[in-house]
Design a protein around this ligand. Structure first.
Ligand SMILES: [Mn+2]
Length: 407
């Protein structure tokens, strides 16, 4: 009877710089830079459309502790749209936008509530007449090592109890800095819903009561794949219902194409194009890393004609002009040569030595130093991540094997 409806979002990371993508057309780069704002805009649209009782934001509203003025003013504009419809907002600050940063403070609409650095409870009476207690705290500094969960105490003055917690599930040392908790801690509080933030991959830790990481609202790099958004939640006499809504403006993904049926370059292209169309969604952009496996082409074609970089050029052509673009960032080839190290080892002892050298190679920095220490080049180069180093070695192996097998 007395129900309450709200949206749970977290990890907005507004104005995230979206670095790490090279050679991307300006139009798509610009769209990426705007994507966190567009996702927030859709969340606010949904809150208004469903006429929810309030919006919860479980931390990391801003990407940086300096909270750019632009991020703040766009955020305020969105919060104002909610205030105009009489929809309040309950937010905590997380490790990214902790309260020890320095920023120019701009005033938020009056129905925008943030939690202080100690766990506190705020009560709201919603349209149905239900009273809801909302509990939470904001990060005073970047790292919160205490188990803040011990400070959440249910106050029996309301019909529903909702906990907001920006923190890490489990006690692993790496994440011990982020208000660690155990699932059993949360369940024992006897709340009706836990709105979690901090982990960017959305996951439902518990069904009844729902304990949910809504994940971030927009993927920021190729590791943050798939749909991103928020949860629309209703609590009622018969329990809770919740539904995920995608609001991300750009989806990151990686796709594997099996080329074993393709004999010609034409056929490979056809496969790629049909995969691209499968990923095209109206009004949304996609950034995809393509992996081709079981390619049967003659190796000579590939080595001599720089084939895959030409294919990539073709696949990218015109995409930056599309509203619903599918941008292929790179093509990785897993051809037969690469997948059969064992076969090659049997063929000649030399291959065994080669693979061992590659596997144990630890001079990558030394090898790249003429480039990275170059007077001019170093100004423009960022260091390589571990993943990029591994990819570089993998590509080197593929190239070597191709050249060795060329007639
Ligand atoms: Mn975050």
């Amino acid at each position: 009877m007395k129900q309450v409806t709200f949206i749970h979002a977290a990890d907005l990371h507004l104005d995230s710089p979206m670095t790490g993508l090279k050679h991307i057309p300006e139009k798509i780069a610009k769209r990426l830079r705007e994507s966190t704002f567009r996702s927030l805009n859709k969340i606010v649209n949904a809150a208004i459309q469903y006429n929810v009782d309030f919006l919860i934001v479980a931390g990391d509203l801003y990407d940086g502790e300096d909270r750019s003025l632009r991020a703040q003013s766009i955020f305020r504009k969105e919060m104002k749209r909610l205030a105009d419809k009489g929809i309040p907002v309950y937010a905590v600050h997380g490790n990214h936008d902790h309260l020890n940063g320095t920023w120019v403070q701009i005033e938020m609409p009056k129905d925008f509530h943030t939690f202080s650095t100690e766990v506190e409870v705020k009560q709201i009476q919603v349209k149905s007449g239900a009273k809801v207690n909302i509990y939470g705290f904001s990060y005073p500094v970047r790292h919160v090592t205490e188990k803040k969960i011990d400070d959440y105490k249910r106050e029996d003055s309301a019909d529903y109890h909702i906990g907001i917690l920006h923190g890490h599930d489990g006690g692993s040392s790496e994440h011990g800095k982020y208000a660690p908790f155990l699932l059993t801690d949360l369940i024992s509080k006897n709340f009706d819903y836990w709105a979690l933030g901090h982990i960017h991959k959305r996951s439902i830790l518990n069904q009844e009561p729902p304990i949910i990481y809504s994940g971030n609202i927009q993927g920021r790099n190729r590791k943050e794949t798939g749909e991103k958004g928020c949860y629309l939640v209703t609590l009622g006499d018969t329990g809770a219902t919740y539904e995920f809504m995608n609001t991300a403006d750009i989806i990151w993904d990686s796709v594997i194409i099996d080329g074993s049926e393709a004999i010609t370059v034409e056929e490979i292209l056809t496969l790629c194009y049909s995969e691209i169309e499968k990923h095209r969604v109206d009004g949304r952009g996609s950034i995809i890393s393509l992996r081709l496996v079981n390619i049967q082409l003659e190796e000579i074609d590939i080595v001599n004609h720089n084939l895959y970089s030409e294919i990539l050029d073709l696949l990218q052509e015109g995409e930056d002009d599309e509203e619903s673009f599918v941008w292929i960032t790179d093509i990785v080839i897993d051809d037969q040569i690469q997948t059969s190290r064992e076969e090659l080892r049997k063929k000649a002892g030399f291959y065994g030595d080669l693979f061992q050298t590659i596997d144990q190679y630890d001079e990558i920095h030394q090898t790249l130093s003429p480039l990275y220490e170059h007077n001019q080049a170093r100004k423009f180069l960022e260091g390589l991540s571990k993943l990029e180093e591994e990819e570089l070695l993998q590509k080197a192996e593929t190239t070597l094997l191709r050249l060795l097998s060329a007639p």
